[in-house]
Design a protein around this ligand. Structure first.
Ligand code: ADP
Length: 547
């Protein structure tokens, strides 16, 4: 009954179409289920056959109740098939959808005329014959629409997207008109129609079986046409629905004509199967497709998130690289600026000593020696910055902190003098040695002193630079650089350590951030607090391990 999924999908046109029930090939498992289902229907038929004529209670409400169930499920099936038509735009689907709509409507017409269902004689007093004729029209509907469906399956023609909606509307209207027409015809002209069924008077075998024979013949043709053409899950379950309908007809009309006997009730069961089987499979398959869609959507989302994370990581890495590059460039520029400025000033001073009427060679020599020292310092600074970024190459040595302070202040001698800044150095009683990168720690001091000088020269009033060192109780060395400059606004006390934070027109905002990272690399801490009555105090401790 089934074809392999691959071969069924082979035509190129189908590969590009969306996968819906109408074109999904059945899997071998689904094929087995359909075959088992058919077998079960057959077994029920064989089991019922010997007892077909046993009379059962006449439940009048049974027909309208069943009709309602059949109406709903046929309507749902028709709606789902119309939806499949609007997706695939295959005319065959429109035909089969219309067939189910026809069944849905004619079931109601049949129930209305069925004696005892709504009124004892059927509405309009139509009588049993109308119900019988409508029953046969109803049962001929599905085989005829399957014949149309099977024949149209062969054509590759696909409906134009613009006409699908109109085609559906026209089909619905047409089916309504047909059912109303048939209903009116059989109820108004019942006397013209040959009698096919009667409860009391025995009818000839021909009369009794003709309706069933016609439907069985139509069903046979439908089966004969659809069987070799079955490719999709829909085809497979249409065959099951058709077989259920034919079994019902065989059971209820050919084997045992009569109402409210076992065959009649079993027939209603087959009606229910005919009406619901395609609907159930349509809904189940839709749910399955929806679930796999949801799954692949979730996988897509997951993959997208993973990709986004990878892209973000790449961006972060690139930013980090740029930041590092920026930081290196800014640090070098910042740190070398000071010795370069000093070298320029000293060379100008040296030249002035030489330009005198009687050149002061000794003084000039001193300046040039200082220039050479500045040059060495600049080189050492650059080397130290490199080492700072290549964290493995730290130069650690033990040195005297007070010595370091004095050396740093001596480098600012001229500046301090020219800006009339009083310098106070307080050193602790005993020499304090720390272990670390001397050049880097000197840079910290130079930065703090430069900032202190710059903060003081912008304001009037006494200018005092106090640099001190002391030993804390737990053996840490505390170094403090205090000034009487303009001070730091309370909201900036933390921000001054951020890279690129500056309030100076030509500042780079790197000095304090470099200082903090150098001190932290020595297991220490650097912070600032306001000085009294004005100015700031920068302090840093060098950890006990360092000292
Ligand atoms: P820069 O000196 O290039 O601006 P820094 O990181 O050394 O970069 O300093 C950042 C900011 O901190 C300065 O622009 C200044 O506003 C403030 N600052 C630093 N030291 C002092 C100080 N001693 N007194 C007042 N403000 C200071």
């Amino acid at each position: 009954m089934t074809e392999s999924r691959d071969s069924a999908l082979a035509p190129a046109s189908r590969i590009t179409q969306p996968l819906v029930l109408a074109n999904i090939p059945p899997s071998p498992g689904q094929g087995r289920i359909a075959r088992a289902f058919l077998l079960a229907l057959l077994v029920i038929l064989l089991g019922t056959w010997p007892f077909a004529a046993i009379r059962l209670p006449e439940v009048d409400a049974f027909v309208p109740t069943l009709a309602a169930a059949l109406f709903v499920s046929d309507c749902v099936t028709a709606a789902l098939l119309f939806a499949q038509f609007s997706i695939l735009r295959q005319w065959a689907l429109l035909v089969i959808a219309s067939g189910y709509l026809f069944s849905a409507l004619i079931v109601i017409a049949h129930a209305l005329t069925f004696p005892g269902a709504f009124t004892p004689t059927g509405v309009l007093g139509s009588g049993l014959q109308s119900a019988v004729w409508l029953y046969w029209f109803w049962h001929a509907g599905l085989p005829i629409s399957i014949i149309g469906y099977a024949l149209l399956k062969d054509t590759d023609r696909v409906a134009d997207a613009r006409v699908t909606r109109r085609a559906i509307s026209l089909s619905v209207v047409g089916v309504f008109a047909l059912v109303i027409g048939l209903f009116l015809f059989v109820t108004h002209f019942e006397h013209l129609l040959p009698i096919l069924f009667v409860d009391v008077r025995p009818l000839s075998l021909f009369r009794r079986t003709i309706g069933g024979m016609v439907v069985l013949a139509l069903g046979g043709i439908a089966l004969w046409l659809l069987w070799p053409r079955q490719r999709s899950l829909l085809d497979q379950w249409l065959i099951v629905a058709l077989c259920a309908l034919l079994l019902e007809v065989a059971l209820a009309s050919v084997l045992s004509a009569g109402r409210y006997n076992l065959a009649w009730y079993a027939g209603r069961f087959y009606q229910l199967v005919t009406a619901t089987v395609v609907m159930v499979v349509l809904l189940a398959e839709m749910t399955r497709l929806y679930a796999s869609l949801a799954r692949s959507n979730a996988m897509l989302q997951h993959e997208r998130k993973r990709l986004q994370r990878a892209i973000d990581a790449q961006h972060r890495e690139r930013d980090a690289r740029l930041m590092t590059g920026d930081a290196v460039a800014a640090t070098i520029a910042h740190e070398v600026k000071q010795p370069l400025a000093a070298m320029i000033t000293r060379s100008e001073t040296g030249l002035r000593w030489l330009d005198r009427a009687v050149p002061e060679l000794h003084m000039a020599r001193t300046e040039f020696m200082k220039i050479a020292a500045d040059g060495h310092r600049a080189a050492a600074v650059i080397e130290s910055i490199r080492a700072n970024f290549r964290k493995d190459e730290r130069v650690r040595a033990s040195f005297d902190v007070d010595n370091l302070i004095e050396e740093a202040i001596s480098l600012f001698e001229d500046d301090l003098k020219s800006h009339r800044i009083l310098v106070k150095v307080e050193r602790s009683a005993r020499p304090q040695r720390v272990i670390g990168d001397r050049i880097q720690l000197q840079q910290v001091l130079l930065n703090l002193i430069t900032n202190a000088i710059e903060a003081m020269i912008t304001v009037d009033g006494p200018r005092e630079l106090a640099v001190s060192s002391s030993l804390s109780d737990d053996g840490d060395v505390l170094i403090s650089v205090a000034d009487t400059g303009m001070g730091i606004a309370a909201q900036d006390l933390q921000r001054v350590f951020d890279p690129l934070f500056t309030t100076k027109s030509r500042g780079m905002g790197m000095g304090l951030s470099i200082c903090r990272s150098i001190v932290q690399a020595h297991d220490g801490m650097l912070w600032v607090s306001p000085n009294a009555p004005r100015g700031s105090i920068f302090q840093f401790v060098l950890g006990a391990k360092t000292a």
